[in-house]
Design a protein around this ligand. Structure first.
Ligand code: PAF
Length: 283
């Protein structure tokens, strides 16, 4: 498996593949790969001749220095895991911060038509400018035909679709279903940092989402939100940051239920110092 840390080298490799008329899929990641990532890679391999997996902990999307420092970095293990999926058709791009940012580690400012101000945008300042900057940069370097993102970061997925539309980037964005542990916890690189008590408690988040979905069938959005807030208020160790029912297209909080719209519930929870997010389709 080829591992590139330099944009010139990966550009050359990709140009050669494209000259042979091969299709390129891309799975951007921050490493610490888990089964959820591997599902994205498998889907990308089914739909493309070659797949570039980028492994890069992007500093500009972190608003919290400690979170950036503690983010797991496990390149060797990640590469071994990718080899279990496919040894011949995956290229790993693991650039340095300098290779990407060339001495100016700052984000471009984006207008994502308001998608960036909802939910995560309210709690993680500058986060989506950082995500937009790195993903746009990756698309310029790798020029993939298709790129794959998980629905766990549903707002990020919506923003990347908007980025591609606004900048006319010729790549098809493919959203992939959330991959869960057997106990329902959405897979995330952050799960490895959960302390034992929090690991046991965390599946509560998805349990609540599933019950909220059931309740949304018969109750008002406000009643469902109130119920969720109460459940967390009673919880010993998990702390709710937000639970929001929003229009799945605009991501704006629901005002009055309409059967012409599709809704999704979004949640962010602190398990000690680890922030976990999840979401579920409601109708
Ligand atoms: O979802 C992630 O892992 C990151 O936000 C991404 C898309 C790789 C950009 O750094």
């Amino acid at each position: 498996m080829e591992i590139y840390s330099d944009k010139q080298q990966i550009t050359l490799a990709i140009n050669e593949l494209k000259a042979k008329k091969l299709t390129i899929g891309m799975v951007p990641t921050m490493g610490a790969l888990h089964q959820g990532h591997l599902q994205l890679v498998k889907k990308a391999l089914e739909e493309n001749d070659k797949v570039v997996v980028s492994i890069f902990v992007n500093p500009t999307q972190f608003d919290n220095k400690e979170d950036l420092e503690k983010y797991p970095r496990t390149l060797e293990v990640d590469v071994e895991l990718l080899k279990t999926v496919n040894k011949n058709n995956i290229l790993v791009y693991a650039p340095t911060v300098n290779d990407i940012y060339e001495g100016k580690t700052i984000s471009q400012k984006f207008d994502f038509d308001g998608l960036e101000f909802e939910m995560e945008g309210k709690f993680r300042h500058g986060h989506f400018d950082g995500v937009g900057t790195i993903v746009k940069r990756f698309f310029e370097i790798v020029k993939p035909h298709k790129a794959y993102f998980g629905e766990k970061d549903f707002q990020q997925l919506a923003i990347i679709k908007k980025l591609v539309e606004k900048y006319n980037i010729p790549v098809k964005i493919v959203g992939c279903k959330i991959h869960r542990e057997a106990n329902g916890l959405a897979m995330s690189s952050r799960n490895t940092r959960l302390k034992p008590d929090y690991k046991i408690a965390a599946p509560f988040i998805y349990k609540i989402l599933k019950t909220a979905k059931e309740k949304f069938g018969t109750k008002s959005a406000n009643k469902v939100m109130e119920w969720v807030e109460n459940q967390f208020a009673k919880h010993d160790i998990l702390e709710l940051e937000y639970f929001i029912i929003a229009d799945a297209n605009t991501l704006k909080p629901i005002k009055r239920k309409s059967n012409k719209k599709t809704y999704r519930a979004f949640i962010a929870v602190y398990a000690d110092d680890i922030r976990l997010i999840d979401n579920i389709a409601l109708n």
